[in-house]
Design a binder for this molecule. Sequence first.
Ligand SMILES: Nc1ncnc2c1ncn2[C@@H]1O[C@H](COP(=O)(O)OP(=O)(O)O)[C@@H](O)[C@H]1O
Ligand SMILES: [Mg+2]
Length: 227
Amino acid sequence: MIELKHASKKYQQGGREVHALRDVSLNIRKGEFLSVMGPSGSGKSTLLNLIGGLDQPTSGEIFIDGRPLHGISDDELTLIRRRRVGFIFQFFNLLPILSAVENVSLPILLEGTPFSEIRPKAVALLEQMGLGERVEHRPEQLSGGEMQRVAICRALISNPAVLLADEPTGNLDSHTSEEIFLLLKSLNEQGQTIVMVTHDPKAAAYGTRIITLKDGALSEDISIGGK
Ligand SMILES: Nc1ncnc2c1ncn2[C@@H]1O[C@H](COP(=O)(O)OP(=O)(O)O)[C@@H](O)[C@H]1O
Ligand SMILES: [Mg+2]
């Protein structure tokens, strides 16, 4: 479903060239829950950003459902990013002045669909995540775990082909983190393809497959469980 062929990414850092990703070839199948591990600076976020169309490879190819993500226009990339991928981040990235249901609806609002049309689906997602009582709350009125669940709803509102999570519990205590991992696991069991970056082996174990990056290169690839 997502295919990387010899993908590399180089950054310029103050006149110096940093090889963030080196010749990574990887096939992510539909229904997988892929954990991406590796030390800080090993290229995990770079890999996720390339898969999500937030950035483009310096060389190599990336396909989502057979459609290329490389060498396309910024407009095309924006559309794929909005419709095919959902992102969640360590710091939630919710808009403070919007309520939970407005934050969840935002990606679709940006497409020009009226709020009245999206609202029922946004509320249903929030209810599914146990936030039925928090629909009109603003982020500052929510706990960290609740904010991340709102962010997960926002990522899911456009039925993305893949949910991308970059250290999604990096800002949460261990108990709340476990709740978020269990939620992601249950979404995966319902069929959602997930790619999650983490440096925590215990977190990675919620996945169905674990890859490890070392200095930007793929160093390990292990399947776990029955999938
Ligand atoms: N936008 C950028 N500009 C310059 N260098 C970058 C940029 N993003 C990442 N890098 C560099 O690329 C390498 C990999 O970074 P990253 O993918 O963020 O690693 P990780 O998420 O595993 O910590 C690091 O050396 C980092 O400094
Ligand atoms: Mg990172």
